[in-house]
Design a protein around this ligand. Structure first.
Ligand code: DX5
Ligand code: ZN
Length: 219
């Protein structure tokens, strides 16, 4: 497998919510290209974080790629607002959407990139009808809901499976890993073939987030 640079996408879930701009500036200072935004609704997952208004406010202060991860029920209700807010990637979960194909089509119709996410208990095979139409596949390497959890090693195999399917079928989606990505786990996740690594606590919990990004990229 060819080694290539990965994109680090810090998640503001671990930032200080009353100093959000400070968090964004830290991400920019570390020369990351993406910001990961976790929308949670207290239904699909227990926590409630923030909604599309926050996405809009963040868009107002940065040009970085906004990678929105919807851990909410009825994600279809938010798509127009997200487009208006200036989201770049919008990722929905396969587990709580029946008309997933329609939702992904709508995301693209609105001019955004469409992503599909799987929780640890969902196999890659659940995505077989969707892989040809998505721009990103987000493999959750923890159970969604909270930052700072330990990576579930068995999920890393799904990254390899997706990498192989993409090669075989000539698909073009990016592979993203979300959860428990830190200096101890980074090399195994990178070696499995990711393009994007989401990191919340390992970025915002670092003494020097910029230096941490260099370590996480494995350069
Ligand atoms: C978890 C979220 C993640 C979270 C990752 O449900 O989807 O994006 O911020 O946090 P860490 O990197 O701390 O595991
Ligand atoms: Zn996330």
């Amino acid at each position: 497998m060819m080694k290539k640079a990965i994109t680090i996408a810090p998640s503001v879930l671990s930032a200080d919510f009353v100093n959000m701009e400070q968090g964004i500036r830290l991400i920019e200072k570390a020369e990351c290209k993406w910001i990961h935004l976790d929308l949670m609704d207290g239904q699909f997952v227990p926590l409630i974080t923030f909604g599309t208004q926050m996405v809009k406010s963040i868009r107002g202060i940065t040009d970085l790629v906004l990678d929105v991860h919807l851990m909410i029920n009825s994600p279809e209700n938010q798509l127009d607002f997200l487009a208006e807010a200036g989201a770049d990637y919008v990722t929905v979960h396969v587990e709580n959407t029946v008309h997933t194909h329609r939702i992904l089509s709508r995301i693209k119709e609105l001019g955004m990139k469409a992503g599909i996410a799987v929780v640890p208990s969902t196999p890659v095979s659940a995505l077989s009808e969707l892989l040809g139409m998505v721009d990103l596949v987000l493999v959750m390497t923890v159970n969604p809901g909270f930052g700072g959890q330990k990576l579930i090693a068995s999920c890393v195999n799904k990254i390899k499976q997706l990498y192989d399917i993409r090669e075989r079928e000539g698909y073009s989606f990016l592979i993203s890993a979300d959860g428990g990505f830190n200096r101890e786990t980074a090399s195994s996740v990178r070696d499995a073939g990711i393009d994007v690594a989401v990191c919340g606590s390992s970025f915002f919990g670092a003494d020097d987030p910029s230096a941490e990004v260099v370590v996480l990229q494995g350069k």
